[in-house]
Design a protein around this ligand. Structure first.
Ligand SMILES: Nc1nc2c(ncn2[C@@H]2O[C@H](COP(=O)(O)OP(=O)(O)O)[C@@H](O)[C@H]2O)c(=O)[nH]1
Ligand SMILES: [Mg+2]
Length: 251
């Protein structure tokens, strides 16, 4: 018998996460019983897509094992470490009516429930989980909280982005967002920002909701090493949206 078409796809980019991957995926699946109950939809079908690339530990092998063991889980591996590329491929493989973009160190079921309530009521087509808006609680170290705000300020100055966060948790109606995903050209850290900004510029109904953020572990790549890559990505993003991407947006 073929697998049922999922209602919800949860895409999780994973990189060198062998230490927490199994526990994160199994507790996510267990926790979803409560999300179904809160949404009063006991039959909602879920798929979890593990989008791995470039790990040097056992993450790829473990993801494959989880996919063989657990019917809701699928996985794929690409070559080099590249967050944006993994997320993009994951979204393109998703089959659910709604897609949730997660992070293995977060798996925020409260965000899933609140975002799906908004999407299913037709209040919006895209929900961004903001770490920086009023009502959010961000328990990460100060330097990373400042980095999130600096990034939003740079995106505002460069691209007139009016939101408070682009990186991290997101949920959207797949059919509405997929054409925009296909227009995105920036990979790595800035893909998520490009997606949110392009969706806003397209006029998709986008809502930010505050999240309470507590990571299960610090990130694998430290902030200082990420800065040059992020600045390069920001330059490219500004160029493609202001010059190359603006006309494509209106097509
Ligand atoms: N596939 C893939 N996933 C990544 C990469 N870098 C980070 N991730 C995943 O993206 C999510 C967030 O990464 P994290 O290191 O916590 O960075 P943060 O978002 O700045 O907190 C986690 O699920 C990571 O495993 C990468 O190069 N490739
Ligand atoms: Mg993290």
């Amino acid at each position: 018998m073929s697998a049922p078409v999922p209602d919800i796809s949860i895409v999780i980019p994973v990189y060198n996460e062998a230490g927490i991957l199994r526990e994160a995926v199994t507790s996510l699946l267990e926790g979803w019983a409560e999300v179904r109950a809160a949404l009063r939809e006991p039959d909602l079908v879920l798929e979890i897509i593990l989008a791995e690339n470039g790990s040097t530990d056992r993450t790829a092998e473990l993801a494959l094992h989880l996919a063989m063991e657990i019917p809701e889980v699928t996985s794929f591996s690409l070559d080099e470490p590249n967050y944006g590329k993994a997320l993009r491929h994951g979204i393109e493989r998703a089959r659910g009516t709604y897609v949730i973009c997660e992070e293995v160190d977060l798996c925020d079921l409260d965000f899933h429930r609140r975002a799906l309530e908004l999407l299913r009521h037709g209040d919006c087509e895209f929900v961004v989980g903001s770490k920086a808006m009023v009502g959010a609680q961000d328990r990460r170290p100060l330097v990373r909280r400042v980095a999130t705000r600096t990034m939003s300020t740079l995106l505002r100055l460069a691209l007139d982005f009016r939101g408070t966060d682009t990186h991290g948790l997101k949920a959207f109606r797949r059919e509405a967002v997929l054409p925009v995903v296909r227009q995105c050209v920036v990979e790595r850290d800035l893909f998520a920002s490009e997606l949110v900004i392009r969706c806003a510029r397209h006029g998709l109904a986008l809502i930010e909701i505050p999240v309470q953020l507590e990571e299960k572990r610090p990130p694998a790549i430290n902030l200082v090493r990420r800065v040059p890559r992020v600045l390069f990505g920001l330059g490219k993003l500004t160029y493609v949206i202001r010059l190359g991407g603006a006309s494509a947006d209106k097509r």
